[in-house]
Design a protein around this ligand. Structure first.
Ligand SMILES: Cc1ncc(COP(=O)(O)O)c(C=O)c1O
Length: 466
């Protein structure tokens, strides 16, 4: 058994946390989670938290699901790791077959994290465009505020935001399509409290840019219907379909990043399923998966591609046309086991997924929108189980960053037994498919109290920014 005091001490002394200001971390002493069951996490002091960010958006069936856990344990007792560089294992094969059927794309390249699935998509589409189209068609486009991951390539196709701007000299330049951020619409189409009078100028702008760059554009990257780390920003309805039609006509690849939106998080299996059918003309050319692919238990990711992309990598061994990419653990059988179990849970729970989930999603949206009556709530937006509540001083005016409005509310919610992590002043709610109505009610009430109680002193000027 570990000693609680020692663990806290070593955490601060040795463990450098991702996306964390360690000076702030030392002050706040966030929870150290030791176990998890269903929709709840338990910390080292025995306190229970509702996992309202699905452990960074990846948990699907709640924690400690016996089927996924058993699948992992059974496999680990048989084999732990063997390479898939020129060799194979049953689970990697079975997972590829299942994914191919589920998404409707035939060729599956496995990896470990969402960012790697994106790197693979970048490299695949780069080689394809060079080999099958022409040497100039090697540029990429993505939407402003997009987030596709933290590796250099993934950052390059992401927006220049707080997450990437410091690394901009390291990145290659992607072509930027206009923001789809309705609440702060550049074309002044947004009114207050969620109302918009959208005329799709952002989409028209995107299409204009794509057409202008048709000779150099190899691929367009889109998130699956809602931008995640950019601030939980849904695309206007019809956006993905319009970009698919345009890219198809111009012979440009469409890559859909379903890392955050896949596996039911938007209410359909994949976010693009809301707008794209399964016909060849509608299909994305490449789809990237991660996060929820394993149910959120282990790092598994995948890049799925059309046959015509795969074909440009075929040749004799000495021609060196094959895909030069692979990591040590690509296709690891234990990782693959977790993903197979997750997909089987979808197969088994088709009814729950298709029928029971929709009223839950509706309830969540309706409940969250009741927060609009708080002056500090500027916007409530989302899809399915993925929502963002944008906190403002008033109207569209943000609090100064020193106020840490998002974090003040999050810390208050932690005290009430709800674990969330904001994106700046956007409170993020990302729930597992197993969430219940009474848990949603508890979450929204705690959020309401936390917003009001944490921000009233600030707005009255009784809070010091230090
Ligand atoms: C849409 C999207 N793509 C890619 C990634 C990167 O995934 P990972 O953190 O597993 O590398 C994320 C992570 O949040 C994401 O939201």
């Amino acid at each position: 058994m570990w000693d609680r005091k020692k663990l806290r001490e070593w955490d601060l002394k040795h463990f450098w946390h991702p996306y964390t200001q360690m000076r702030w971390y030392a002050k706040v002493k966030p929870p150290v989670f030791v176990r998890a069951k269903g929709n709840y996490l338990y910390d080292i002091d025995g306190k229970r938290y509702l996992d309202a960010v699905s452990s960074i958006w990846c948990n699907i069936w709640g924690h400690s699901n016996p089927k996924i856990v058993k699948g992992i344990i059974d496999e680990i007792n048989k084999i732990q790791h063997t390479t898939t560089l020129g060799a194979s294992n049953p689970n990697a094969i079975l997972l590829s077959k299942k994914l191919s059927k589920l998404v409707g794309l035939p060729r599956i390249f496995l990896s470990e994290d969402g960012a790697e699935a994106i790197e693979v998509a970048i490299k695949m589409s780069f080689c394809y465009s060079k080999r099958a189209k022409n040497m100039k068609k090697v540029r990429f486009a993505s939407v402003k505020y997009a987030y596709h991951g933290d590796t250099i390539g993934a950052m390059s196709v992401s927006g220049r935001t707080l997450f990437t701007q410091e690394y901009s000299e390291l990145c290659f330049q992607a072509i930027q399509l206009p923001a789809v951020y309705c609440f702060r619409c550049k074309f002044n189409r947004s009114k207050e409290k969620g109302e918009t009078k959208c005329s799709y100028e952002c989409l028209e702008g995107a299409i204009r840019i794509i057409r202008k760059n048709r000779d150099i554009l190899g691929a367009v990257f889109l998130e699956g219907g809602i931008q995640g780390a950019g601030g939980m920003i849904p695309y206007p309805p019809g956006y993905i379909k319009a970009i698919r039609d345009e890219t198809k006509n111009l012979g440009i690849l469409l890559v859909i990043d379903e890392v955050a939106t896949g596996f039911g998080k938007t209410g359909k299996m994949f976010g693009h399923n809301w707008e794209l059918g399964r016909s060849h003309k509608d299909k994305p050319d490449i789809v990237c998966l991660g996060k929820g692919l394993s149910g959120g238990y282990l790092p598994v990711a995948a890049t799925l591609a059309q046959e015509e992309i795969y074909k440009v990598f075929l040749g004799e061994l000495w021609e060196f046309k094959h895909f030069f990419h692979g990591h040590t653990f690509t296709g690891n059988p234990i990782l693959a086991a977790s993903a197979i179990e997750n997909i089987e849970l979808f197969e088994k729970n088709r009814f729950l997924f298709q029928r029971k989930l929709q009223p839950i999603i509706e309830h969540l949206g309706n409940k969250l929108k009741t927060l609009f009556d708080i002056d500090f709530v500027g916007d409530v937006r989302g899809r399915g189980l993925m929502w963002g509540i944008e906190i403002v001083r008033q109207g569209k005016e943000s609090f100064p960053p020193q106020v840490l409005a998002g974090w003040r509310i999050a810390l208050s919610m932690w005290k009430k037994g709800i674990f969330i992590r904001p994106l700046g002043d956007v409170l993020v709610v990302n729930l597992p498919l197993t969430i219940k109505k009474n848990e949603i009610d508890f979450l929204v009430e705690a959020m309401r109290e936390s917003i009001v109680n944490s921000l009233r002193p600030v707005s009255r000027g009784t809070f010091s920014y230090k």
